[in-house]
Design a protein around this ligand. Structure first.
Ligand SMILES: C[S@@+](CC[C@H](N)C(=O)[O-])C[C@H]1O[C@@H](n2cnc3c(N)ncnc32)[C@H](O)[C@@H]1O
Length: 263
């Protein structure tokens, strides 16, 4: 899939305006000061005041700016120029000093000077990257010794299912790229969006091996039977900000989180 970056950039550019306007992202309350981070990652972050934080795959910057509001010095990186343009607009509107860079994750080290205290990347990120060893190498190279990776992601078990969660469509160990035409997006609105996308399913073993090979020592790992986002079909909110698939209730893991340290 030599042209996956071009395909996915177009896909994500097209989503930005829909996402910004969506109830899902509640951008108005965010602009007024709402912190968009969830309990899961907040529990791993600790006090970020004064820390330099690199946010990989920042989309249009809500979480990056939330980290800035918490006192971190942030740089958000994303493949979508449209998302970066919006993120810069929102940094200005919120009077924060969050910086943004348009780049493929793999190319970030070519454009960024210096090392960070923390790399932050969450929910819907590694599935757009073909090679996790390369991903972990970038993280390791961008962190100071003792620096931390804060990572939360949808569980690979989720990506085995068809979009209606009716049957197992993909292998847990899925090496090849999944090339599909996606209709709509995970937020409200956007029914008109029909775009090709290229993604990969990465098993938990692949994630752990990639971190280990790149001097990132896992210090915390958790799996969750809920998602902080209502982003799949037919979910119900069983507690404020916690969603499960109606059909499976607590039977499936939906999210996992990892805290790792650069050694
Ligand atoms: C699901 S979103 C990010 C999730 C974030 N939790 C959010 O909701 O704001 C995925 C982001 O990854 C970005 N992306 C996809 N492939 C990328 C790549 N190769 N390098 C950098 N960013 C990429 C997309 O442009 C998109 O903004």
């Amino acid at each position: 899939m030599d042209n996956y970056l071009e395909i996915n950039q177009k896909l994500w550019d097209a989503k930005v305006d829909v996402h910004v306007a969506s109830d899902f992202y509640q951008n108005e309350s965010f602009l007024k000061g709402r912190n968009t981070l969830n309990e899961i990652e907040l529990g791993l972050l600790g006090d970020v005041k004064g820390l330099s934080v690199l946010h990989l795959q920042c989309h249009f910057g809500q979480d990056t700016i939330s980290l800035s509001r918490m006192g971190a010095k942030t740089l958000g990186v994303d493949l979508s120029p449209k998302a970066i343009e919006k993120a810069r607009e929102f940094a200005k509107a919120t009077n924060t000093d969050a910086q943004f860079l348009w780049s493929d994750v793999y190319k970030a080290p070519e454009h960024v000077d210096g090392k960070f205290d923390m790399v932050f990347t969450t929910y819907g990120t590694i599935g757009w990257l073909p090679d996790l060893d390369k991903w972990a190498r970038v993280i390791s190279c961008m962190l100071k010794p003792g620096g931390k990776l804060v990572f939360a992601e949808f569980h690979p078990v989720v990506w085995m299912f068809d979009t209606d969660f009716n049957y197992v469509q993909y292998n847990y160990f899925q090496d090849e790229a999944i090339v599909e035409t996606a209709e709509g997006t995970y937020t409200d609105g956007g029914n008109h969006l029909i775009d090709k996308e290229v993604s990969w399913n990465h098993s938990l073993g692949e994630v752990f091996q990639a971190l280990k090979h790149n001097n990132l020592q896992v210090t915390d790992f958790k799996e969750y039977d809920y998602s902080p986002y209502n982003c799949f079909k037919n979910m119900e909110e069983f507690e404020k900000g916690k969603f499960r698939l109606k059909k499976f209730d607590k039977k499936l893991p939906l999210v996992y989180s990892i805290l790792a340290e650069k050694i």
